[in-house]
Design a protein around this ligand. Structure first.
Ligand code: AQP
Length: 330
């Protein structure tokens, strides 16, 4: 029986953090046995904001090491670098021609990132505006059924669906219409310095996130400095968004339901809770980072090249179908 296909990716645009792990990668690991899985390191997306070339190369391999250390199995899934399969950019160009500019202008991620570019005096490139079209190409090239992502990516999946339907209507049935796959737990991990914004690699302060490469001392320092709410009780509720976020992280890393955590800290305060949360985070991170170190660059690159070899025929076939339908001479 044909299994349903999932596709997802992460940008090598900074330090991957607990939000990326809990909102995306942890779920991919769970899904890989059930679905035909394709996971990408989306370097073409990363360059929609300025990147240091040496750093980008290093981060691209680091993201792949994080996938592997988290338990993504290259025997079961295809893991590859987006720019190694040029069909992504070709399909993106074609999809650009059926995308309306207002559809892109209203994307929350574009609006947020263009504001921060303005603040830092970086001029906004057209790539940032077209980011969702490239993401649509990534997904549609592989007849993806489900896209496991964090909640912040829902709008991008929606425009992917719109473009697929528009293309199918104009040129005939070509693309599978993908669905988002969002797991309620971990779907939105918030910044440690501001619980109203999501934890983000491009945050201006490193106290916003816990990176998957942070050492023990840094993790403890960041948790100690994490903002909390008024009052001293450890309760899990919407009125205390900072604490709710910390309890969510505790819960997801230790597989303990939030209510149980509340109970454990009934007569205790923030100091005890934060100190234990730091222990939980460190005991997750230590073996994780040890596994990351087991992969050297050459070994990872080999896995990524094999992954690209495996998916390229699928991408080629779909792109050829698209080219024929729109009237290109093959
Ligand atoms: N805070 C978060 N909570 C839950 N899930 C999250 N994701 C990102 N942040 C959180 C999920 O991680 C996947 C990869 O994201 P990405 O790197 O492609 O881009 P992003 O969503 O824009 O992530 P960042 O960390 O905010 O990166 P920058 O700052 O570079 O843009 C996605 O599935 C996302 O939902």
């Amino acid at each position: 029986m044909n299994r349903q296909r999932i596709f997802s990716g992460i940008q090598p645009s900074g330090n991957l953090h607990l939000g990326n792990y809990l909102g995306a990668i942890k779920n991919w690991v769970k899904l890989q046995d059930e679905y035909d899985s394709i996971f990408c390191v989306v370097d073409l997306h990363a360059i929609t904001v300025p990147q240091n070339p040496e750093e980008l190369r290093k981060k691209t391999l680091e993201v792949a090491k994080i996938y592997l250390a988290a338990g993504i199995d290259p025997e079961k899934c295809s893991i590859f670098i987006q720019s190694h399969v040029s069909e992504h950019t070709e399909l993106m160009w074609i999809l650009n021609t059926i995308t309306k500019i207002p559809e892109l202008n209203k994307m929350t991620q574009f609006k947020d990132k263009s504001v921060s570019s303005d603040v830092s005096n970086i001029s906004i490139g057209a790539g940032l505006l077209n980011y969702p079209v490239l993401m649509a190409a990534d997904i549609l090239l592989y007849d993806t059924n489900l896209v496991p992502v964090g909640e912040d990516q829902l709008q991008h999946i929606e425009i992917t669906r719109t473009l697929a339907k528009r293309f199918n209507k104009r040129f005939g049935e070509t693309f599978v219409i993908p669905e988002p796959y969002i797991q309620k737990e971990g779907m939105r991990i918030m910044g440690l310095d501001d619980p109203t914004k999501k934890m983000s690699k491009s945050a201006s302060s490193e106290y916003n996130y816990i990176a998957l490469t942070d050492d023990e001392e840094t993790i403890r320092k960041k948790i100690k400095k994490a903002v909390t709410d008024s009052g001293s009780e450890i309760v899990y509720c919407d009125d205390k968004p900072a604490l709710k976020n910390l309890i969510n992280i505790y819960s997801l890393l230790s597989d303990t339901p939030p209510k149980e955590i509340e109970k454990k800290y009934e007569n205790k305060g923030y100091a005890d809770f934060k100190s234990d949360l730091a222990d939980v985070a460190v005991s997750f991170m230590k073996p994780f980072q040890k596994k990351m170190k087991e992969y050297d660059d050459e070994k990872v690159l080999e896995i990524l090249r094999q992954g690209a070899e495996r998916v390229r025929p699928l991408a080629k076939k779909k792109l050829e179908e698209v080219k024929k339908k729109i009237g290109f001479v093959i």
